[in-house]
Design a protein around this ligand. Structure first.
Ligand code: SF4
Length: 250
C-alpha cells in the first residue's frame, strides 16, 4: 500500500546552515516532531498540518496550498515543477519537523526523486532505526546534537551515538545550537562522543538566532571558548550562524 506524507511547505531557497551554507536547494518540510527544543524556529512544523504551502516559482515567494496528506507521486511532481532553473538545485533538502518520523513515506518516495537530486537530510539525530531504513537513499546528513540545556535537562547521548554509527556510512556533519544556557561540559561531552565514533566528522557550532523567546545570540567570547573546548577532540570545529536569517531570506 502506498504511504502518504504530511508536509508543511515546499520552496526553493539557500541552505542557511552547516557545511553547504549558501547552496540553493529545494526544501521539503515535513510536519511533526516529538522534541521541543527551547530554540525551535519552526513551530509550524511541530504538528501535522491540514494544508501544505507550495511555492509557485523558485524564489518568487508566492504560494498556493494543497490539502494534506500528499502522495509520493504528487510530491515528486511538485519538487520537479519547482526545479525549473537549469542546474541551480543540486540538493533536495528533507527537513522538518523531523522527517524520519515519516520514514515509510521516505522509503517509497526518495527513489522517485533521487535520479534528479542529491538528497540532503536534516534531522534531530535520534531515530537510528529509521535512518537505517533509508541510509542508502541519502547523500548528506546534517545531524543535530541536542544538548540537555535546550531540552529541559533531557539527554540523548545514547541515541545520538547509535544514530552517528549509522550516519557515518554517508557524508555526515554534526551541528549544535549554542544558546546562552549552553554549558562547556555539554559541548565537551558531545565532541568526545563524535570523536570516539570518527574524528573526521565535522562539528558546526551554530549560535542561536534571536527570535520568539530567544532574545540574543551568545557573545563572541563564549563561541570562541566553546570552539576551543570542542577542538580538544575534533580537528574540524567551525562556528557558522544561520545566514538565511542574517540575509532575511526565509
Ligand atoms: S528537533 Fe527541530 S523541529 Fe523538533 S523541536 Fe527541535 S528544533 Fe524544533
Amino acid at each position: 500500500m502506498s504511504s502518504e506524507a504530511n508536509v508543511v511547505e515546499i520552496f526553493s531557497s539557500i541552505q542557511g546552515e552547516g557545511i553547504l551554507v549558501g547552496e540553493r536547494q529545494i526544501f521539503v518540510r515535513f510536519g511533526g516532531c516529538r522534541l521541543r527544543c527551547n530554540y525551535c524556529d519552526t513551530p509550524q512544523a511541530l504538528f501535522p498540518q491540514k494544508e501544505c504551502r507550495i511555492e509557485k516559482l523558485p524564489g518568487a515567494r508566492k504560494f498556493y496550498f494543497l490539502p494534506n496528506p500528499l502522495t509520493p507521486v504528487k510530491l515528486r511532481e511538485i519538487a520537479f515543477s519547482l526545479d525549473r532553473v537549469p542546474s541551480i538545485h543540486r540538493h533536495l533538502s528533507i527537513t522538518g519537523g523531523e522527517p524520519l518520523e515519516q520514514v515509510s513515506f521516505l522509503k517509497e518516495w526518495l527513489p522517485a526523486v533521487k535520479d534528479r537530486f542529491k538528497i540532503y537530510l536534516e534531522t534531530n539525530g535520534i531515530l537510528s532505526g529509521s535512518l537505517s531504513k533509508i541510509i542508502d537513499l541519502v547523500d548528506t546528513i546534517a545531524m543535530d546534537i541536542k544538548l540537555p540545556s535546550s531540552l529541559k535537562g533531557r539527554s540523548f547521548w545514547g541515541k545520538h551515538r547509535a544514530f552517528l554509527q549509522v550516519a557515518r556510512k554517508k557524508k555526515v556533519f554534526t551541528k549544535m545550537v549554542i544558546t546562552a544556557q549552553t554549558a562547556e561540559r555539554e559541548v565537551l561531552r558531545a565532541a568526545e562522543l563524535i570523536g570516539e565514533i570518527d574524528k573526521r566528522i565535522p562539528l558546526i557550532l551554530q549560535p542561536v538566532s534571536p527570535s520568539g523567546r530567544v532574545k540574543r545570540t551568545p557573545p563572541p567570547k563564549i563561541l570562541l571558548k566553546l570552539q576551543q573546548v570542542a577542538a580538544r577532540f575534533l580537528p574540524e570545529v567551525r562556528v557558522i550562524p544561520q545566514i538565511h536569517k542574517t540575509l532575511k531570506i526565509t
